[in-house]
Design a protein around this ligand. Sequence first.
Ligand SMILES: Cc1ncc(COP(=O)(O)O)c(C=O)c1O
Length: 393
Amino acid sequence: MNLEKIRSDFPILKDVIYMDSASTSLTPEPVLETMLKYYREYNANVGRGVHRLSQMAQQRYNDAHKKVASFIGAKEGDLIFTRNTTESINMVAQGLRWRRGERVVTTLAEHHSNFLPWLRLRKDGIDLDIIKPDKNGSFNTSDFERAIDSRTRLVAVTQLTNVLGTVLPVKEISEICRDRGAMLLVDGAQSVPHMPTNVKDLGCDFLCFSGHKMLGPKGTGVLWTRKEIEPLLVGGGMVEDVSAEGFKIKKGHEGFEAGTPHISGGIGLGRAADYLVEADMNKVKAHEDKLAGRLLDGLCEIRGVDVYGSSNTNDRSGIVSFTVRGLAPHDVALMLDHASNIMVRSGHHCCIPLMKHLGLKEGTVRASLYLYNTKEEIDRLLGTAEDIAKMVG
Ligand SMILES: Cc1ncc(COP(=O)(O)O)c(C=O)c1O
């Protein structure tokens, strides 16, 4: 991986140290150029016209679906473009026909986007079983063995937690699901952008992730599914036939993308997938793991800093949460910005149930890495965090 070349595609990095990629990633020049090209050269709607520009837009938009499908190793099923992971998960929650008494199993470490859609189903008589992590934020496969039973219709878990950076045993969970006849939804918002992904290996029925967290444009996300669900929206562009009696939905992604989609966004997301393939996802992961190890070890050595999650780097990723004793996480984040132009997220990270479980009322400071971060940036964060800790210590 040519780090210098990669960094030159993100001019914003001249001014800041960006360690908030779990929230949203930066967008490289080739993705921006691809989007501008659409607006400048073939700006037209998809699924509606026969003129030249419309055909060109349709072709590129379809190609983008194929690129993203190939990025996650999907040879079958439907790959639907959405606005974000949140929309993808809601499409599944609202798109399955539920019967009272059915169960959903999820965990306490989920982002609100993979928690609220299931919590809301309780009003329809759906039971929710919530598995708790241990004090390090790790999960035991045996807890899933116990929780998933014949009434469980769906298991919804994140592959990688956005607060603690813990990796969940998704493969094992998928085997338990298969044994018990339950479907598996994987929230890949934090995993798909950072590690090689193959839906077949994951063994899931639904995979949800965000384009904007994997170098794609804001307002892009993905739902991959190999199960039948009802579309969330109905309307233009998604029907084969309509009469006063009813309508017949188109096959494939078109049936789920009613209305004019985010065309430049979808095409830009396809370019982002290409960009990551060119960078090589194995190398992206290795680079991030190395940096995360350095960050984790360094933070653990600073007096007055508490680091959360597993200390075993094998079940972690490039997300590290910490606090500085005596300071609120928001204050630490502001100090990192003011002192060293370091951008990190602070607070509850849309994981209030987990924060309550861990007794972290004000949340944590979270540094999250990506392919464009460097060893020198990690050292800068460590140096600044040490100065901040000394100030209050
Ligand atoms: C694990 C996880 N799931 C879901 C989401 C929601 O993603 P989006 O805001 O793109 O819908 C996030 C966002 O941070 C996340 O980290």
